[in-house]
Ligand binder design. Structure first.
Ligand SMILES: Nc1ncnc2c1ncn2[C@@H]1O[C@H](COP(=O)(O)OP(=O)(O)OP(=O)(O)O)[C@@H](O)[C@H]1O
Length: 366
């Protein structure tokens, strides 16, 4: 884990919320693209927004930027509706197609950035970023390479000095060296100003060491949300030999996110429900990439919303059995108050099947 600067620590300690979504849904024509998304992103984090193609990542970023409206539910940015005069100046959104005026020169583009962001614009910073990429100020945007255009678009977004930076696949068309450089810039920016960054990306290996918060979408729903360290610590990667037809019962006793059996060997990503018992297998902490790949390959994996990702302005909607292993969270979710009809004896519909599938180690196997 990288060390925190004082500015970053102060933003985190403030307990502020950067984004809060409650029952958020967005429909395009008849199809729900996002549905029932409830989460909180605490301020000062660099959050990886991950999910398969079509999961709804760009849609979520557009909603947070106020470019689209929810069909149902709500999303708030720093406690405000995204399109309000209070929220707009402090949010920067870089869309996937990096919209820029092709006929303007680089210098004219930066000048436009200054004119559109009075009082917040850091021109020297933007020019340094452009200069660092050896982009001539007199060049027309149309003549720039894809990577140079990305760098210019990032310079516009950064120079606005936003409190919340929404980046839709910013690294996709950059070479490995530039990706590294841009990731370092993101870290420096967040460290210096406590900026909250949401970064959608398919480059899972590149997120390790850059992001400290995680939001995983699948089929328009939130599957995982929380601090990277907490979420990783709640899982184990178990590799070894199996004797019977499936996973060893000691391993399958934990909720199985994904299991692969190959001859006598198995690999399983499990959500730790206590210690994994010893046996002819090795147990290790998964890397961020291994964890994300496991969830992306397992459509049936149950959701895991860490306590820090629970909205503060709405009661949590946890279901029993969905949150083992996250610190600060009772293993099977909070006890259902006795005064609620049904109580513990009647788990919500569908819960039993999910628990059975995952304990059997079959449901989520690839
Ligand atoms: N304006 C629109 N009209 C109709 N369907 C849309 C619209 N915008 C998005 N969609 C659909 O919504 C779904 C989610 O799209 P979105 O771009 O949010 O996904 P994504 O996770 O960002 O995907 P990718 O990683 O491929 O960019 C897709 O099936 C897409 O076709």
């Amino acid at each position: 884990m990288r060390p925190m600067t004082r500015g970053e620590a102060a933003v985190r300690a403030s307990g502020r919320t950067a984004i809060e979504a409650i029952g958020l849904g967005r429909r395009h024509r008849r199809r729900w693209v996002l549905r029932d998304c409830t989460f909180r992103l605490p301020a000062g984090r660099i959050c990886a927004l991950v999910g398969p193609s079509g999961a709804g990542k760009s849609t979520l970023l557009s909603l947070a930027a106020g470019l689209t409206r929810p069909t149902e539910g709500s999303i708030r940015v720093r406690g405000e509706a995204p399109a309000t005069a209070q929220a707009r100046p402090v949010v920067a959104h870089l869309a996937q197609d990096k919209p820029l005026y092709r006929r303007l020169t680089v210098a004219e583009t930066l000048e436009l950035g200054r004119a559109l962001n009075p009082g917040r614009w850091n021109g020297r910073y933007a020019e340094r970023l452009v200069d660092d990429g050896e982009i001539p100020l007199g060049a027309r945007v149309a003549t720039l390479s894809g990577g140079q255009r990305t760098r210019l678009a990032l310079a516009l977004a950064f120079a606005k000095r936003p409190e919340l930076l929404l980046l839709d696949e910013p690294l996709a068309d950059l070479g490995p060296l530039v990706r590294h450089r841009i990731a370092a810039l993101l870290l420096a920016e967040a460290a210096e100003h406590g900026t909250t960054v949401v970064l959608s990306s398919d480059l899972l290996a590149e997120l390790d060491g850059v992001c400290d918060y995680l939001l995983v979408l699948r089929d328009g729903r939130v599957r995982l949300a929380g601090e990277v360290d907490d979420v990783i610590g709640a899982h184990a990667l178990v590799m070894g030999r199996h004797r019977g037809p499936g996973l060893p019962p000691e391993v399958a006793a934990h909720p199985v996110v994904e299991a692969q059996l190959s001859g006598p060997r198995f690999t399983a990503l499990v959500r730790r429900d206590g210690r994994v018992a010893a046996g002819p297998w090795e147990t290790a902490e998964p890397s961020l990439e291994e964890l994300l790949l496991g969830y992306l390959r397992a459509p049936g994996a149950p959701e895991l919303i860490a306590p820090s990702a629970e909205p503060v302005s709405a009661p949590p909607r946890r279901r029993p059995g969905h949150n083992p292993g996250i610190p600060g969270m009772p293993r099977n979710g909070p006890p259902r108050p006795a005064w609620l009809p049904g109580g513990r004896e009647s788990p919500p519909r569908g819960t039993e099947r999910t628990r059975h599938d995952h304990h059997s180690g079959k449901g989520a196997a690839a």
